[in-house]
Design a binder for this molecule. Structure first.
Ligand SMILES: C[S@@+](CC[C@H](N)C(=O)[O-])C[C@H]1O[C@@H](n2cnc3c(N)ncnc32)[C@H](O)[C@@H]1O
Length: 319
């Protein structure tokens, strides 16, 4: 990357706050990527992320332009509508216009909670449409961002009927910023060489596409550390232990193709049992500070740790 580019591309922020965001683990994930580059001897690589969520790691990697081609996937339909709207420049311009209107309306409103409930209803009505048209997907994407910025704790949760049901947050009077146009344009640029899909992981982990020396980053919903742990359900029906087992099976396949993987999850005995059946895989316990869900709280109560599991050695990472 040339110096001029470096001066302009200073940072890219995920457009949404997402449960399980990888901001606190970026340093460790970047160290692992450096090792991957060394060991695979590739500088510009193909990247796969089947549980994309807020995409913090991908956006960080996009900064130094080392991704040649990316395969990005998440099972959440509305999330992928949003990313598709950002990837297409015409849709993005529409999205920005809508966000600007929503932001102005919210900041001028004396009845923000009423407005919020109105938006939430509109959002759920749009979500219920079977095959939404492009303008409806853009409308839904704008509302997704608006709700994310104004709901309680910025979390995303749906009820059994598949409706977004998070209550209004605490932003009663202060001015709230919904978007940063420059940042959205950087996200658009980062998606230039990305293929975006909306499937379940077992279909997204596709071996006609995953090849030798590709990097696969896997950040599935975390195995809860306790039975009472909240936020264990990212998607309507949660993520079962059988799905974790299936993913563990896929790790062997990824490894056998000569691809490299980095997987993150909570530091529990079950995580180790499921994901460390192959003795070639390495585990690193790393410290993190999580604000929302504390899913990574160590079972022993001795601190907050999460696991990074790889099929290659990363010296000096965790223990
Ligand atoms: C821990 S979050 C990923 C967080 C992300 N790395 C970030 O920085 O924001 C897990 C993601 O997996 C997605 N997910 C849940 N079940 C899935 C499935 N069966 N297939 C693909 N994605 C799934 C959720 O929608 C959620 O976005």
């Amino acid at each position: 990357m040339d110096i001029l580019n470096q001066l302009f591309v200073t940072n890219i922020s995920p457009p949404l706050k997402w449960v399980g965001g990888k901001k606190q683990l970026l340093k460790e994930l970047i160290s692992a990527t450096e090792q991957f580059k060394k060991q695979s001897k590739v500088d510009n690589f193909t990247y796969h992320e089947p549980f994309f969520g807020g995409g913090a790691f991908f956006f960080e990697l996009s900064l130094n332009q080392s991704i040649k081609k990316a395969h990005i996937n998440d099972i959440n339909v509305e999330l992928m509508f949003l990313y598709n709207s950002i990837k297409d420049i015409e849709s993005l311009n529409e999205l920005i216009k809508k966000l600007s209107k929503l932001e102005k309306k919210f900041n001028a409103s004396q009845l923000r909670e009423v407005l919020y409930r109105d938006w939430r209803k509109k959002f759920n009505d749009l979500l219920a449409i079977n095959k939404p048209k492009t303008y409806q997907k853009i409308e839904l994407s704008a509302l997704l961002i608006a709700l994310n910025k104004t709901c309680f704790n910025g979390v995303y949760r749906k009820n059994k009927k598949g409706e977004f049901n998070v209550p209004f947050g605490s932003k009663k009077t202060e001015s709230v910023r919904f978007y940063d146009e420059e940042n959205l344009l950087k996200v658009n640029k980062a998606f230039n060489n990305a293929e975006l899909t909306n499937k379940s992981f077992e279909k997204a982990i596709n071996f006609t596409k995953i090849k030798k020396n590709h990097l696969v980053f896997l950040d599935p919903p975390y195995i809860p550390v306790s039975k009472t742990a909240q936020f264990k359900s990212y998607y309507d029906d949660g993520f079962s232990n059988e799905e974790h087992e299936l993913l563990a099976y896929k790790l062997d396949e990824i490894d056998s193709k000569g691809a490299f993987f980095i997987l993150t999850n909570s530091n529990t005995e079950l995580t180790k049992k499921i994901y460390l059946q192959n003795s070639k895989f390495n585990k690193y316990e790393v410290n993190v500070a999580r604000m929302i869900n504390r899913v990574g709280k160590d079972e022993t109560g001795s601190g907050t740790k999460e696991l990074i599991i790889t099929n290659f050695k990363v010296p000096n990472l965790g223990n």
